[in-house]
Design a protein around this ligand. Structure first.
Ligand code: 13P
Length: 248
């Protein structure tokens, strides 16, 4: 049984005061649910959110990390630094980081390995760009990203990785993949996991869909067999919308 997991990715939005306000609002709306929820926030808002969400069951995640433990790496944040704050998750390999900040399959792999030495669960993002889909290469691309990211990672470790399928053409564009398209790609990721590990392991790994998820389309997406959750950008900035998605 895979427990549905819905995470918000705030990207570079919200100051500390705004984050605190969001948390207070979300807490008034968040009740009994079988769904796991988390907010992935900018580094400077993590401590506030960990404090604000303590005891609520709502998790907190970072959006990036560096793979070295410490050193002369100006501007970077390490895994032990995140651990000390008490974050539960960390996004790795988001397409915006691949596109604007030189994230590669190799750095994604190193970051996953560094996180998997700790209790922090990585949320690994994969997804094709429009030209790759138009060329019929989406499965090859996404399966290749999963293989590269999980290289040298054991089955036991892999079960702690959440995988988010985020087609780049559906991010922030209002253009959602159809539930069928999303399901097919999440199925392709699960087939890849089966080849890398085995059926049982592949069956336990949480696979999310991300790309213009909103309250209006969350139910159809979440009802698909291979989709276990969502990684929500824009709609996670509004506590009412995020709470509606959690209660899909
Ligand atoms: P949007 O939901 O704004 O399309 O963003 C998706 C995303 O990139 C989540 O990581």
């Amino acid at each position: 049984m895979r427990i549905p997991f819905i995470a918000g990715n705030w990207k570079m939005y919200k100051t500390t005061a705004e984050a605190h306000h969001f948390a207070e609002e979300l807490k008034t709306m968040y009740g009994e649910t079988d769904v796991r929820a988390a907010i992935c926030a900018p580094f400077t808002q993590l401590e506030t959110l960990v404090r604000d969400f303590a005891g609520t069951g709502i998790g907190v995640g970072a959006q990036n990390v560096y793979f070295e433990k410490e050193g002369a790496f100006t501007g970077e944040i390490s895994v032990p630094m995140l651990e000390e704050i008490g974050v539960d998750y960390c996004i790795v390999g988001h397409s915006e980081r691949r596109q604007y900040f030189n994230e590669t399959d190799e750095t994604v792999n190193r970051k996953l390995k560094a996180l998997l030495e700790t209790k922090i669960r990585p949320i690994l993002c994969v997804g094709e760009v429009l030209e790759q889909r138009d060329a019929g290469k989406e499965k090859e691309v996404v399966s290749g990203q999963v293989r590269a990211a999980l290289e040298g990672i054991t089955a036991e470790q892999a079960e702690r990785v959440v995988i988010a399928y985020e087609p780049v053409w559906a991010i922030g564009t209002g253009k959602t993949a159809t539930p069928q398209q999303a399901n097919e790609m999440c199925g392709c990721i699960r087939d890849t996991l089966e080849e890398l590990f085995d059926d049982a392991v592949a069956d336990r790994i949480i696979i999310q869909y991300g790309g213009s998820v909103k309250p209006e389309n969350a139910t159809d997406i979440m009802n698909m067999e291979e989709i276990d959750g969502a990684l929500v950008g824009g709609a996670s900035l509004d506590p009412a919308k995020f709470s509606e998605i959690i209660n899909f």
